[in-house]
Design a protein around this ligand. Structure first.
Ligand code: ZN
Length: 267
């Protein structure tokens, strides 16, 4: 079965061959690598993008890149456009870092992403970093994106502890798409965060409310050297999929089909 991990962080210098070897050991066909994050500097962000570009340039069929940017940095709109249209990034990663997605100052950025038909993975849910930043990452603030219907976006970690709010946003975007006659824009990324006592229920709820074609699997691992948890997370989620009675087609959709379609190779 084809498996794509939609959410891996680049945290240090990584040799593409080491990464491919680790992927082979776990049976992962493709990963999406998030470039290193810089909270304030355009130049550091650019350097991070160029560093991660080396990784996916070495194996574009097996490694895809998500450009991790802070849309409030002056000049980042043009840099993000370049990342998508020139550097070969297949999508964007964003964490709302002490700003809310609905703020007026972000509208030119969303406008450009809409024009480009960008796919964006958002951190949603509690944060164990970025100072006291969690409140900015409630999924409901992403409702703003219904004004930008060509943007597709994923909500990472099923937005825990706001899993129900995440599903509510999914429903909201589904309804907006129906009314506006455009495609349903939103997706859920299953990366860890939900604690064991609600993991199975959270996954079951997401599947039953949205369908497997709206859900993508990821481990939230790090490279170069902390991809180690990937196998454990995969095995535990596969067990949940079996307990929920998913068929092979549904499993493959969640494990690779959705990520391959939202963040395609060779985009
Ligand atoms: Zn992450």
């Amino acid at each position: 079965m084809r498996i794509v991990d939609c959410h891996i962080h680049a945290v240090g210098e990584t040799n593409p061959n080491d990464l491919l070897r680790q992927m082979d050991e776990t049976g992962i066909d493709r990963v999406l690598i998030l470039s290193k994050h810089h909270r304030t500097s355009l130049e550091e962000t650019r350097a991070n993008l160029l560093e991660t570009k080396k990784l996916f340039d070495a194996a574009p069929d097996r490694i895809g890149g998500l450009a991790y940017v802070n849309p409030t940095i002056p000049g980042v709109t043009a840099l993000t456009r370049d990342a998508l249209s020139e550097m070969g990034y297949t999508g964007v990663k964003i964490i709302p870092d002490h700003w809310f997605a609905y703020e007026e100052r972000l509208e030119p950025f969303w406008e450009k992403m809409n024009e480009l038909g960008a796919s964006i993975l958002f951190h949603t849910g509690i944060l164990y970093g970025n100072d006291d930043g969690s409140r900015f990452c409630q999924p409901v603030y992403l409702e703003k994106l219904l004004w930008y219907p060509r943007i597709r976006f994923g909500m990472a970690h099923i937005s825990w502890p706001w899993c129900e709010e995440c599903l509510a946003v999914m429903g909201r975007m589904r309804a907006a798409a129906g009314k506006g006659h455009h495609e349903w824009q939103s997706y859920i990324d299953l990366t860890p965060g939900t604690p064991p006592h609600i993991r199975k229920q959270a996954v079951a709820n997401a599947i039953s409310f949205c369908g497997p074609e709206r859900i993508m699997w990821g481990s939230d691992g790090c490279v170069p050297d902390r991809l180690g948890g990937q196998r454990r997370i995969l095995e535990s989620d596969l067990k949940i999929f079996d307990e929920l009675g998913l068929d092979e087609k549904q499993k493959e959709q969640i494990l690779s089909g959705t990520a391959d379609s939202v963040f395609p190779a060779g985009a």
